[in-house]
Design a protein around this ligand. Sequence first.
Ligand SMILES: [Zn+2]
Ligand SMILES: [Zn+2]
Length: 81
Amino acid sequence: MITYTDQNDKPAQRKAKCPYCLQPPPVGPHWMCSDFESFGCGTSFDTFETNAVCPNCGRKFRLTQCINCGEWSPIENYYTY
Ligand SMILES: [Zn+2]
Ligand SMILES: [Zn+2]
């Protein structure tokens, strides 16, 4: 039996870009529910999928760190370029 796998649901390049280094953030759970201001629950998640809200505890992050350059900025700023 032949089955076809639809590859169309592969993650596309993001529209988001870091306002500092202009690199798109990598797709995947690269962000942890914890930041320099306070500690969260420690869950790893993809912050650009959830719009900076932790899927486990519902915490909303004011700042998102760029994986490429390490700078922190509000997630809205990733969509302004
Ligand atoms: Zn959390
Ligand atoms: Zn950056």
